[in-house]
Design a protein around this ligand. Structure first.
Ligand code: ZN
Length: 296
């Protein structure tokens, strides 16, 4: 059995899950999902089931998952119940998590699952990625790639224009790939930045090599258990080369929008306008003086 790893992320927890006996009542099996929900959340079951059923085939196509057995999903009435059910210390803002390798999704029902349509495809991706990779492959998957793929599979198309990332880039605060995994688990705003960058990196890979690159990479990591080797085999880049290419492209893409966001540029522009105006005024004054002399 893999060692007990407690990797608390937005939604991804690699751990040995205990039995999910949390006093849940309603159980609804359907094509791709088996839901156990707190009786108070019973009315939400059809919505959650529909989301999982919709997500599974879409995400499976992206990550190359073949095993489409129903995913167990547990819906809790509130945060305290989820904490008790999972035994996981949850970072604030985390409303869903996938416990791996068990492959069970846990959802916090506070606020009547307000973000569930974003959370479900993301967690489904974690479960299906784990099924593709198997235990050792999963252990070899960097967190940033796991989260980046989950975000991509969830259809977060806005990752490239995520304001957090754009601002960080303009302020020179972006994290290096080597720093992402640690930041993803951080309890401050670096986590948000790390997620945005992870999603941006995966979108970049897809833009360069097509969507099939995700399934190919995962299939390769399942065998090599080594991201460097797999990246080089599938994409032809080392991690450093990926980072450099991604940074170059992202900077190029954002050069103009960022330029106009920058206060320094506006200040420079105003100084230039002032100088141009001054030069014109001086020129005009000299011309008037000269013509006055002519008149004389
Ligand atoms: Zn996640």
């Amino acid at each position: 059995m893999p060692a007990l790893m407690l990797l608390v992320l937005t939604g991804l927890v690699v751990a040995l899950a205990g039995p999910a006996s949390v006093g849940q009542a309603a159980v609804a099996p359907s094509k791709y999902v088996q839901i156990a929900a707190d009786p108070r959340m019973r009315s939400e079951i059809p919505r959650v089931a529909a989301l999982v059923n919709e997500a599974v085939p879409q995400v499976a196509a992206i990550v190359g998952a073949i095993d489409l057995q129903p995913i167990p999903v547990r819906v809790y009435a509130d945060r305290a119940a989820m904490l008790e059910g999972t035994g996981m210390p949850l970072r604030s803002g985390v409303v869903g998590l996938a416990v791996l390798p068990a492959g069970v999704i846990h959802l916090d029902g506070s606020e009547r699952l307000a973000k569930v349509d974003k959370v479900v495809p993301h967690e489904v991706a974690h479960v299906l990625i784990a099924r593709v990779l198997g235990g050792e492959g999963l252990a070899a998957l960097p967190l940033w790639l796991s989260e980046g793929i989950a975000e991509y599979a969830a259809g977060t198309k806005a990752s490239q224009v995520d304001p957090i990332w754009v601002r960080a880039l303009s302020e020179g605060k972006s994290l290096r790939i080597a720093e992402l995994d640690e930041a993803i688990g951080a309890h401050d705003d670096r986590a948000g930045l790390a997620y945005a960058e992870a999603a941006s990196l995966v979108s970049f890979l897809v833009a360069k090599r097509g969507e099939g690159v995700i399934a190919e990479l995962l299939r390769s990591i399942a065998t090599t258990h080594d991201i460097e080797v797999s990246l080089s085999e599938v994409v032809g880049w080392s991690l450093d080369e990926l980072e450099a290419a991604w940074r170059r492209e992202t900077v190029r893409e954002w050069r103009w929008p960022l330029l106009f966001e920058s206060q320094a540029v506006w200040f420079t522009l105003m100084v230039l306008l002032f100088l141009a105006g001054l030069a014109r005024y001086l020129r005009e004054r000299r011309r008037r003086q000269e013509s006055a002399e002519d008149d004389w």
